[in-house]
Design a binder for this molecule. Structure first.
Ligand code: SF4
Length: 269
């Protein structure tokens, strides 16, 4: 996909997200309107790729599973971020069904994920798995990936996890975009502010403001919600109810059955 097409898609996606968020008017300068009214020269069809990384990602295979296996093999060998390649145990590429109708996108692997090579396997992962199963899916029915595929390194002598830096995210995002291009899920759940910023960097407003509102990522409906790690840190009835309400909206969007038990999940506690 060339830069012209990407810019056009991003603009359309941004405007549709604003519309879904309730924005009805967008201020446009007179010069912009005049420029838009002029005919545009057709984009160069065979422009050389500016980013050699983009050129290197290719997906062979006639099925989604085959394409994902091809992409994964390339991703596991990625050393684009030298410091992360040196500190990681392994690349945590993603897990699940390449034919999934629902995809969850998180932030980055932590220590547990780095050790196991699978996203969302620590305490936050156990909560996510519980949410997925309560929605009526098996974990293997959906696809789970992160904005960053390698564990962000920690300063010497420090334990714990840190958020990805913006340059790290920008470097790694082509892998996530390629994963979504293969899966083409019917809906994406962005888990937390970092996932939301990675997928829709043009949006302003934090996760508290935007969670629960349908947005669009390349014409795929996307629901931002809290990261399970945040819910564990602030384990209030309010936060658990909000994340569950977001998941009920996802089920409704997918046309999946919502039982009275699901509907009343927190009312029955
Ligand atoms: S974080 Fe992403 S881009 Fe960087 S080395 Fe790991 S897989 Fe490659």
């Amino acid at each position: 996909m060339n830069e012209f097409r990407e810019a056009l898609d991003a603009t359309i996606s941004h405007l549709e997200s604003l519309k879904l968020a309730g924005v009805t008017h967008v201020p446009v300068r007179r010069e912009t309107l005049e420029a838009l009214s002029r005919p545009v020269a057709a984009p160069q069809a065979a422009a050389a790729p500016a980013d050699m990384f983009a050129e290197r990602i290719h997906t062979a295979g006639s099925t989604k599973a085959g394409q994902m296996a091809s992409l994964r093999a390339q991703g596991l060998a990625c050393v684009k971020c030298k410091h992360l390649a040196a500190s990681r145990t392994q690349v945590v590429f993603g897990v699940g069904n390449p034919d999934a109708e629902l995809m969850f996108v998180g932030e980055a692997p932590g220590a547990d994920e780095d050790a196991r090579g699978e996203p969302f396997v620590g305490r936050a992962g156990q909560l996510l798995t519980k949410i997925i199963e309560t929605m009526g899916f098996k974990r293997s029915d959906v696809y789970i990936g992160n904005v960053l595929k390698c564990r962000p390194n920690m300063p010497e002598g420090e334990s714990g996890n840190r958020q990805p830096a913006d340059p790290e995210m920008q470097t790694c995002l082509p892998w996530l975009h390629a994963q979504i291009d293969i899966i083409q899920p019917k809906a994406i759940v962005a888990l937390g502010a970092v996932a939301l910023r990675g997928l829709l960097p043009e949006l302003s407003g934090g996760i508290t403001k935007l969670r629960g509102r349908w947005l669009l990522y390349r014409n795929i409906p996307m629901m931002p919600t809290y990261h399970p790690a945040f819910v564990l840190r602030q384990y209030t009835m309010q936060n658990r109810r909000l994340i569950w309400e977001d998941m009920l909206a996802v089920l409704e969007r997918l046309g999946r059955p919502i039982t009275p038990k699901m509907q009343n999940y927190f009312k029955s506690e």
